[in-house]
Structures are given as structure tokens and as C-alpha cells.
Ligand binder design. Structure first.
Ligand code: ADE
Length: 233
């Protein structure tokens, strides 16, 4: 979302790519700059032409990631954004989690082979040194295309051992896997999934604070990864 991306663009002093590096009709918007000796691109999914709101969910995330990987040929992809967190797995509002794995909780295909394909589940690049250096919490990030959850989603979130629930990372993990690009995710918690408040209320209340938490963490993360091999993360 723009509200998640712009604080990063500002703190990193990136400039919007004009003319666009990701060509229309893709609605994605990209920003580029140099930081800590590396080239950094922030790419957001842009706005929906029909509804005027940010494009969210696994489909825009995967399309944007695919186009961005082709255009920018990154050494590392990081999905940075907000998410719901499970207090049973240690999450509190404003925490920033580093993903250990990615899975889907709303792709139910009860046919042998397709059942596992639907859930997908893939490990993130291990980054124990990054986690420790920044004192980040860690856990499985589970993606779906709803802010709330059905009974079936809830059961799969638990089967996935999800600490974090959001709407993009599993789609991007598929794209990163296709291209063999290392993939990490940093997710800041806006709402407690196993709490007692509607997610939309908590999300809107805490979006600004969670985006600021991402803004605080992004420079130290980039400084840490700059010049390191994946094995050193
Ligand atoms: N983004 C922020 N909170 C979320 C939640 N509870 N579910 C999905 N995406 C989110």
C-alpha cells in the first residue's frame, strides 16, 4: 500500500522512476536510489483503476513482483508491509517480524498433490544474524486474500503455524522461487488475529504506527544486508 511504501521511500530518499520502469497497463509504481553502496528499489502495487484504492492481495503482489524481478534483476527481494499477528506466537502491535517461511491459508484444493500445492509452504532464506542484529521477532507468514478469516482459513492458519497473517508474501515467494532469487519478508503488526477486535478497526487505528516501525527498521536492515552474501545473513 502507498501508506506502507512512502515512509520507506522518504527515509531512503528514493526518487520515483520517471518514465516508469514498470510499464502500463501494470499499475505498479517504483522508486530507486543508492543506499549503503547498493541500489535499492521500492515497488508498490499502485491503485485500482476501478475502485481508486491500493491494489492488495496475492494477485497484484505476484504480478508486480514478476515484473519488478524482470526489470530490476535484484540479488534479494524483501516484502515489507503490515500484517496481523498472533499473540499466541508472541506478536504485539508494532512488532516487526522476520519471516521464517511462507504459506497460503485460503487455497483449498482437496485433490492429491493439489492440496499441498494450494498451501504451497516454502522456507524464507535463513537470516539468523539479521534477526539477532535487529532484535526482530520471527515466525511463519501465512497469506490469504481476506482481511478477516473463515473457519477453514483459521484451521489452515493453525496448520501453517502462522505467527503473521497478511495478503501478499506467499504470492511473492512463488515468483522469487521461479526466479531463484533469495526472498525475505519484514512484517509490522497492526492487529491481533487471535484478539477480540475486528481486524479492520485495529488495522486502521495502527497503520500509521506500524508503517513508522517499518520506516525505523528499513535502513538498519539494508545496511546489514549490503555487501553480504546470502549465507552471511
Ligand atoms: N494486514 C494487516 N492486518 C491483516 C490481517 N489481519 N489479515 C490480512 N492482512 C492484514
Amino acid at each position: 500500500m502507498e501508506a506502507e511504501a512512502l515512509p520507506l521511500v522518504n527515509i531512503l530518499d528514493l526518487k520515483e522512476d520517471v518514465p516508469p520502469r514498470i510499464a502500463p497497463p501494470a499499475p505498479a509504481v517504483s522508486y530507486t536510489g543508492e543506499k549503503f553502496g547498493i541500489t535499492v528499489h521500492v515497488v508498490r502495487n499502485g491503485k485500482c483503476q476501478l475502485h481508486g484504492v491500493d491494489n492488495v492481495g496475492t494477485v497484484p503482489a505476484a504480478v508486480t513482483a514478476y515484473l519488478a524481478v524482470h526489470e530490476f534483476k535484484p540479488d534479494l527481494v524483501i516484502s515489507v508491509g503490515t500484517a496481523g499477528g498472533f499473540k499466541a506466537r508472541g506478536a504485539a502491535i508494532g512488532d516487526v517480524f522476520l519471516a521464517t517461511a511462507f504459506a497460503n491459508h485460503d487455497r483449498r484444493i482437496p485433490i492429491p498433490g493439489f492440496d499441498k500445492y494450494g498451501v504451497w509452504r516454502i522456507d524464507a532464506v535463513p537470516a539468523p544474524n539479521l534477526r539477532e542484529a535487529l532484535s526482530l521477532k520471527e515466525g511463519v507468514v501465512s497469506s490469504g486474500n481476506s482481511l478477516d478469516y473463515s473457519k477453514e482459513d483459521w484451521d489452515q492458519l493453525h496448520a501453517n503455524e502462522a505467527a503473521v497473517k497478511e495478503m501478499e508474501a506467499a504470492g511473492i515467494s512463488w515468483v522469487a522461487h521461479l526466479h531463484n532469487v533469495p526472498f525475505l519478508a519484514l512484517k509490522s503488526i497492526t492487529d491481533i488475529v487471535d484478539g477480540d477486535r475486528p481486524p479492520q478497526e485495529e488495522f486502521l487505528e495502527n497503520l500509521h504506527a506500524a508503517a513508522q516501525a517499518l520506516q525505523r527498521v528499513i535502513s538498519p536492515v539494508l545496511e546489514f544486508v549490503a555487501g553480504k552474501s546470502v549465507k552471511e545473513l
